[in-house]
Design a protein around this ligand. Sequence first.
Ligand code: ZN
Length: 261
Amino acid sequence: MALGRLIDGFADFRAGFWKENRDLFDRLAREGQSPKVLIVGCVDSRVDPAILTRTQPGDLLTIRNVAAIVPPHQPDAAGYHGTSTALEFGVRGLSVEHIVVLGHALCGGMRALVEEGASHLSQYEYLADWIGIVRHARDMVTLGLPDASPEERQCAIEQAGVIVSLGNVLSFPWVRERVSAGTLAVHGWYFDLRTGELSAFDPETALFRPMRSTADAERMGLRRAGGDHPEGSDRHLVRFIEALRATGMRPGLTVGRAEIG
Ligand SMILES: [Zn+2]
């Protein structure tokens, strides 16, 4: 039974991990949290950022929403800005040093964007507006890669969505200030659960490339990119699509990695 697994799991956690890590929990209770990394991931049950990165309580400030999207800075807009509120708390409240936007393969939210207008999506009240934040990315991929297979197109849209969200992260003035000062770096990552590969958007080649070391991650992070928005995001998107075209989209897209150059 679904809930039984949770109750048993918690009993196991309390008797095992919690007990073995009393010092860690005592310290976190006493001193509060000071995570260095904020991750924006998808609600998808298969891509839990803490499980993927084997991190401990206190390590990650995690925002999860449909399709791992960051909306643009909208200071005067009405509404409940859940993702922006958490982003602000991480940056201004906790002074995180890294923001990671973590997209993933087989993303249902991004597929809804690919299939926008289909009748099975009409039951959702909020979905279209939310994923519409990255609609522009879908349109650019659709126009720019007319010969892509449906699988390749979905993957390209998932990755292009990460690039748009990176641009949106940089639209918040307090993010830009810190990125310009070199105290905050912004990263676009992509996880493919079929291959187990984690790749990162490389601003130099404009492609998502496998990431296997801290040096890879540092090199591909966006730092000192103040003033890079909104032209920055569009420029990266245009270069991304050009780079995919140049590779013939293989093997990069079908296996979630780009092994060229
Ligand atoms: Zn997803």
